[in-house]
Ligand binder design. Structure first.
Ligand SMILES: [Zn+2]
Ligand SMILES: [Zn+2]
Length: 410
């Protein structure tokens, strides 16, 4: 069964949902208006759902009742999760759209479109629940842009009761230049980087700028530290294992003739592989300790693990590729040649269960939809939204169908 027609029939409705959600962008974990809107739509569709999972998150469930239940050896039904993020950004919108937000925040990353597409998929699957076995869990998650809603929702049971066996999610927009309007970008294995931050205090001993021999200069130590940290990626990480160490803040000193007591640095680490990520976190500490120790100073170091690398399951992705080819046409399914150094907390679900995260291209120069994510002029080509709903619904449908037949032959 191909669900594209069902999605096309819903197209106007999906666009309308997107426009209404676009007008109430909220930030972080605190997205009550968005959650209330989604809850109303799910209730209208007759979909059972739980609110306030991860502060403002929602977990809905669609139980297929086609034929014999799809059960594994212990008799449990299979469940696939479909995930959308919910949060906007603290950006004043400058798109000039008739439905632009006016509350000082903006859906400048396309999460409004994600929610609308997932509502569309939910409606299609609910209407076709006689045709599949097993369950589909809908996960609407706040705080993707920070501080992170995925980990919180998982800790509050989003992947349990019933247990989720696989997960599917997408990002719309222009994350990869290889994925044009209406095209689907897929990637096997490590697709997006980890997203961590760190703070370093380089501690010396302040003194008069004319008498450096009476103190320990943290500015000179910091200069050595900044340079040495850049050799982690260039000399210690295998060149094909992409990683980044960037210092975004360096602060210290108040006057031209005073050597300060300390300098503070704040930075970020991105890595496509978990082992590289852990190596970098440890090596920053060793380098800072070595340099400050050798120069008579000391240090404090604090590393915060944020989102892990996003890793797509090869088997699931291979199957999803077939689904995507049926929905979008084989010529519109692109295997992306390189991963993104951006981070995404979908990675937390993919650490727990196999699945895939894919891209749906929605830039369209012919309509002047060309602005990058997090720009005050970011927009999406609404003509691709029904495709997103079809991809999610069909992805869930095909997976459940395949898992059911595997189990029935066991
Ligand atoms: Zn974003
Ligand atoms: Zn985003």
């Amino acid at each position: 069964m191909n669900l594209t027609c069902s999605a096309k029939e819903l197209e106007k409705q999906i666009i309308n949902w997107r426009r209404e959600l676009h007008q109430c962008p909220e930030l972080g974990l605190d997205t009550p208006v968005t959650a209330a809107y989604l809850s109303q739509r799910l209730t209208e569709m007759g979909i059972e759902h739980r609110m306030k999972v991860g502060v403002s998150g929602i977990v809905g469930i669609i139980r297929g009742n086609g034929g014999n239940p799809c059960a594994d050896k212990v008799g449990r039904q299979k469940t696939i999760g479909l995930r959308s993020d919910m949060d906007g950004l603290a950006i004043i919108e400058e798109t000039g759209l008739a439905f632009a937000a006016t509350n000082g925040n903006m859906h400048a990353c396309g999460h409004d479109a994600h929610m609308a597409m997932l509502l569309g998929a939910a409606k299609i699957l609910q209407d076709h629940r006689e045709r599949f076995k097993g369950s589909v869990k809908l996960i609407f998650q706040p705080a993707e842009e920070g501080p992170g809603g995925a980990r919180l929702m998982i800790s509050e049971g989003a992947l349990e009761n019933p247990d989720v066996d696989a997960i599917l999610g997408l990002h719309i927009g222009i994350i990869s230049k290889e994925v044009d309007t209406g095209q689907v970008g897929i990637h096997y294995g490590n697709m997006m980087a980890s997203l961590d931050d760190f703070k370093i205090r380089v501690i010396g001993k302040g003194c008069h700028g004319a008498m450096p021999d009476t103190g320990v200069d943290p500015i000179v130590m910091s200069a050595q530290v900044v340079n040495a940290l850049q050799t982690i990626v260039s000399r210690e990480v295998r060149p094909t294992h992409s990683a980044v160490v960037s210092i975004g803040v360096i602060r210290g000193g108040r006057a031209f003739n005073i050597i300060p007591d300390e300098v503070e640095m704040i930075g970020t680490v991105r890595a496509i592989r978990s082992d590289v990520r852990e190596m970098i976190a440890a090596r920053i500490k060793e380098i800072v300790a070595g340099i400050t120790g050798a120069m008579g100073g000391s240090y404090e170091y604090h590393y915060t693990m944020g989102y892990p690398p996003l890793v797509n399951d090869a088997r699931f992705t291979r199957e999803f590729k077939k689904t995507a080819e049926r929905i979008a046409g084989a010529e519109n399914v692109v295997e992306m040649s390189e991963p993104s150094m951006g981070g995404e907390d979908m990675a937390h679900y993919l650490e727990k269960v196999p699945g895939t995260y894919f891209l749906l291209g929605s830039n369209n120069p012919a309509k002047n939809i060309i602005h990058p994510h997090h720009s005050s002029k970011f927009d999406v080509d609404e003509d691709v939204l029904y495709l997103g709903s079809a991809l999610l619904a069909q992805g869930a449908f095909d997976w459940l169908k395949k898992e059911a037949s595997v189990n029935m032959t066991e």
